[in-house]
Design a protein around this ligand. Structure first.
Ligand code: SF4
Length: 96
């Protein structure tokens, strides 16, 4: 496990309403809904670009500078073409 100080997303659990917009927007699959709240479940999948931030209606996501596992393309490469296309089609629909 390689760790470094870098920008990575964090979700304010108090503000999160569990709408799922951020999960759809994150093409690298770093976020999941867990018990009705969005959570960063795998640091290696978060590239820190913050596409999830723009789609959050509750301003619950921000970038923080902290030590974390490095972004890892080999983990992201496990995402299949079919699942990526499905996610892209979901994000092209209006976000509620
Ligand atoms: S977009 Fe915001 S409110 Fe919706 S699940 Fe993600 S963090 Fe929660």
């Amino acid at each position: 496990m390689v760790r470094s100080v870098r920008l990575i997303v964090t979700v304010d659990q108090e503000r999160c309403a569990g709408c799922g917009n951020c999960i759809k927007a994150c093409l690298t699959g770093a976020l999941q809904l867990i018990n009705g709240k969005a959570k960063l479940f795998d640091e290696r999948r978060c590239d820190g670009f913050g596409s999830c931030i723009a789609v959050c209606p509750n301003n619950a996501i921000r970038l923080e500078l902290r030590e974390a596992e490095r972004f890892n393309w080999s983990v992201v490469n496990e995402i299949t073409f079919e699942s990526l296309m499905k996610k892209l089609s979901m994000t092209s629909a209006p976000l509620k």
